[in-house]
Design a protein around this ligand. Structure first.
Ligand SMILES: Cc1ncc(COP(=O)(O)O)c(C=O)c1O
Length: 392
């Protein structure tokens, strides 16, 4: 049994909330049927699916018909980019230098189909410069994909401003909102955004379901054919029970945000933790400092760790040293924690850090299961882990 009071890796994934599991268990007896079937069990499953779609749409500021259920954020991103490109003349695609690997992979596939790829640089805080974006929005740019909340360093891009530039230029914008949804208000109807991806498992929903939300009237070609499900935009029998769990998780998140007056109640917990950590030797923040004027994900802290004499220490070794003390943290995004040839984070490299510093990252991401007292011992344990490593 995992001790959740020491699980600080919410940005990798989050344990489904008890309310989500209970809601799924309650509906499991009728959610199994095929929602495309015309008999009673099928109609009951279809009704549950559509009710979930209405709830999820309401949470994201989209009409139910504007949602496409997918298997995960990675699929939603591929559908957004490849499904858009299939309806456009090949042109130029812009992405930032701090995208999730799923976006980079979809962009590479488009390059093989004849698209030009332009990667926009970011500054030391991970921000895209609006002027650089504006300069690249000239033809033949036809598609832009930007990560709203960066998973490794927490940077929130100024989406209103960047999106408005894309709208002015008439260029379609996809936003990877996987880390944002559940931690801040999202209203597609009021954002200058054409496509928005999110995934249930980052917000205490079940694994295996995600949504791509489309601006009203936007057309998209399917990646997976074979059925007329999801308005012909994604073939395959829909995961009715998972969609129900997703809707429940979004409702819980909305209630938490409402209780915090629109702000994630995890932000003060994160700020408190940062207040204690920044008093320690050898720790610096990467990405925007909490409260420093540039926005960052409210549940997220990312650190660069060094020895007393300023030598960068290995983030991966720190993760293991903290695991020996019972803590679950990460050295970057979960997707880059395994198997990458170099320990240096491509995200930190893109932000201008050197190879060694870029391998010294530590990510702490909080979830609603944590109470302030759970975090009391963390600074002490991190300091002990740091000392152990610098002595090696
Ligand atoms: C910013 C971001 N985008 C996309 C993904 C991919 O989502 P999924 O794991 O549901 O495929 C992740 C997951 O780590 C993420 O953090």
């Amino acid at each position: 049994m995992v001790d959740l009071s020491r699980y600080l890796d919410a940005a990798a994934t989050s344990p489904p909330a008890a309310e989500v599991l209970a809601a799924m268990a309650a509906m499991a007896p009728l959610a199994w049927a095929n929602p495309s079937s015309l008999h009673d069990p099928g109609l009951a499953a279809a009704e549950l699916l559509e009710r979930s779609r209405i709830r999820i749409g309401a949470a994201l500021g989209a009409e139910p018909g504007q949602l496409v259920f997918c298997s995960g954020g990675s699929e939603a991103i591929h559908l957004a980019l490849l499904g858009s490109a299939a309806l456009l003349e090949p042109g130029r695609l812009l992405i930032s230098a701090v995208e999730h690997p799923a976006t980079r992979a979809a962009a590479s596939l488009l390059q093989r189909q004849g698209w030009q790829l332009q990667v926009l640089p970011v500054n030391r805080q991970g921000l895209v410069d609006p002027e650089i974006l504006a300069a690249w929005l000239e033809p033949p740019t036809r598609l832009v994909s930007l990560i709203w909340g960066q998973s490794e360093v927490g940077t929130l891009q100024p989406l209103e401003r960047l999106g408005a530039l894309c709208r002015q230029a008439g260029v379609r914008l996809h936003v990877d909102a996987v880390q944002v949804v559940g931690h801040g208000p999202v209203n597609l109807a009021q954002l200058p955004v054409d496509l928005l991806s999110c995934t249930a498992h980052k917000l205490q929903g079940p694994r295996g379901v995600a949504a791509l939300a489309l601006a009203s009237g936007l057309e998209l070609a399917p990646l997976i054919g074979g059925g007329s499900q999801e308005g012909g935009r994604r073939g395959g029998t829909e995961p009715v029970l998972l969609a129900h769990g997703f809707a429940e998780a979004l409702d819980l998140a909305a209630a938490r945000l409402a209780a915090g007056g629109g702000r994630d109640p995890l932000a003060p917990l994160r700020d408190q933790l940062w207040g204690r950590l920044c008093a320690l030797e050898g720790l610096r923040i990467s990405g925007p400092a909490p409260g420093g004027g540039v926005e960052r994900l409210p549940h997220h802290l990312s650190l660069l760790v060094s020895s007393d004499d300023g030598r960068p220490l290995s983030g991966r070794a720190l993760v293991r040293a903290l695991a020996r003390r019972g803590w679950a943290v990460s050295s970057g995004s979960a997707c880059s924690s395994n198997g990458a040839a170099s320990a240096a984070s491509p995200i930190l490299l893109a932000m201008g850090y050197g190879e060694q510093e870029a391998a010294s990252g530590l990510r702490l991401s909080l979830g609603p299961w944590l109470r302030p007292e759970d975090l009391e011992r963390f600074p002490e344990d991190l300091e002990a882990a740091r000392r152990e490593l610098q002595a090696d």
